[in-house]
Write a protein that binds this ligand. Structure first.
Ligand code: NDP
Length: 447
């Protein structure tokens, strides 16, 4: 049985820890280490109560390990993961087989450095983002490829739902249904309602930085971006801010929320969705054979967008320090302190999420369309582990990724994204660990 060190004690970490405790035959010992130790202790106490209760809230697909007589031993520790020396010392003391970073993207590089120094493999759920710049991309973490490979260690990047499962879905589609995938649309729909006028479903600072950023999508060169009379527009007449060469194709950048579509989601209904930049586009553009276009859409309600615009207009989403009564404050950090803690939304959130991928391409010379998606119910997640579905759909894949590594199925040395591994065992685990998926070979496309 393996030992895992989990860094972070927010909504996602709480789910990942609970799901590890549901699989005690794999996860023998768990150390939860985070900035605020009281939150680690609260997660441990909640899990121990649920174990004693026999996971009575778990109404999902039965999982044989729940009948096991084993239980995961859980310890907790205080840790500022930006302090590499202290992280190395804690790793050397606990001697884990894997370190899982489910704190924030700001900590990715510090924890990867600590893993290299201590000789242990690494997994995270979001790619690196520098605190002073609202911008994320894989280049910073891909720069560690040689170092991890030479050290004989594995780093699994972005193992949540999106990124994460969306890339496993892509690898599965490529392996089983396509010779070439030409287009991919990733659709992330949250049909949940928490009853607050404005709240974010995961860390507010990271969430707002993501949705306030410019939209972008990836196209191979032959899909032309058209030139308008006075400014460049894409094929839908949307103004394009710029095109940047990337690997075998181009990033097409648009103003935030400039591209809107309406889509009817199974289990949820009709929703407005908007094109966003998202990290998995970057790796999938490199790894999908024959790919010509990848887009990412996320649903937002009008109230959320109106609040966000207002907050932006008054400067509350700024990430640079401003003077306030003789001290420096960063407006978005102050805003985070005012907003509901995402980990507290569980009891209030009702409705479902539907996240999946629509592929078009060819197999044996014939055109193929394929949609694979998961529907997740907020209240079922709350009954099972005390969280809403956004934390659940991220924490469960993080646990499965760790299980894949610890069972010797996902162990390629170096730094890898999820589509680079065999998708089949991961897809099988999704069905038994609470995130079953559905397939549709004649889906409604996004225009
Ligand atoms: P939360 O804000 O709820 O939790 C973050 C945790 O990290 C908190 O416990 C916080 O400590 C801890 N932390 C912050 N800084 C440090 C530090 N320097 N050292 C140690 N611990 C630290 O975030 P979520 O749980 O909502 O999200 C966790 C991660 O999951 C994020 O990276 C997010 O981007 C990612 N994510 C990925 C998704 C996917 O599908 N791939 C979807 C949703 C989220 P404290 O308690 O003191 O604040």
């Amino acid at each position: 049985m393996a030992r895992v060190m989990l860094i972070g004690a927010g909504g996602v970490a709480g789910v990942a820890a609970a799901k590890m405790a549901q699989n005690p035959d794999v996860f023998g010992e768990l150390l939860i280490a985070s900035r605020t130790k009281a939150r680690c202790d609260a997660i441990k106490a909640d899990i121990e109560r649920r174990v004693a209760d026999g996971w009575s809230g778990r109404a999902k697909t039965p999982c044989s390990t729940l009948n096991s007589q084993l239980s995961t031993r859980i310890a907790t520790a205080q840790l500022d993961a930006m302090d590499v020396a202290k992280t190395v010392a804690l790793i050397k003391d606990f001697k884990p087989d894997l370190v899982m970073n489910i704190a924030l993207p700001y900590q990715d590089l510090a924890i990867m450095d600590a893993c290299l120094a201590a000789g242990v493999s690494y997994l995270d759920t979001a790619n690196y983002e520098p605190p002073e710049e609202a911008h994320f991309e894989y280049s910073w973490q891909w720069a560690y490829r040689e170092k991890f490979a030479q050290a004989g260690l594995t780093a699994i990047l972005g193992c949540g739902f999106d990124p994460g499962v969306t890339q496993v879905f892509s690898a599965y589609a490529q392996k089983h249904y396509f010779d070439e995938i030409h287009t991919l649309d990733i659709l992330d729909c949250n049909g949940g309602d928490h009853g607050y006028p404005f709240a974010t479903n995961f860390n507010p600072e990271i969430n707002i930085r993501e949705v306030a950023a410019k939209g972008s999508y990836w196209v191979a060169d032959e899909l032309k971006v058209e030139s308008g009379e006075s400014r460049v527009v894409d094929g839908h007449g949307v103004p394009v801010d710029c095109r940047k060469a990337f690997d075998k194709g181009w990033w097409v950048e648009t103003a935030p929320m400039a591209i809107k579509r309406v889509y009817t989601f199974d289990g949820v209904g009709e929703k407005d969705m908007y094109l966003l930049h998202h990290e998995e586009l970057e790796s999938l553009g490199c790894n999908l054979k024959g790919i010509r276009r990848i887009r990412f859409f996320m649903t937002f309600g009008q109230s959320y967008l109106t609040h966000l615009k207002c907050l932006e207009n008054v400067g509350m989403t700024r990430i640079d320090p401003v003077d306030f009564k003789g001290q420096k404050i960063v407006p978005i950090e102050f805003l985070k302190a005012l907003l509901p803690d995402p980990a507290s939304l569980g009891p209030r959130t009702k409705g479902k999420t539907n996240i999946g991928c629509i592929f078009e391409g060819v197999k044996d010379g014939k055109p193929v369309s394929y949609y694979v998606y998961n529907i997740c119910d907020h209240q079922a997640c709350y009954a099972e582990v005390g969280s809403q579905a956004i934390s659940y759909t991220t924490g469960v894949p993080a646990m499965i990724g760790a299980k894949m590594f610890l069972e010797g199925r996902w162990t390629a040395k170096g730094v890898h994204t999820c589509e680079e591994f065999d998708p089949d065992p991961f897809m099988a685990e999704l069905n038994v660990q609470g995130l079953p998926w559905q397939e549709n070979f004649n889906p409604v496309k996004v225009d």
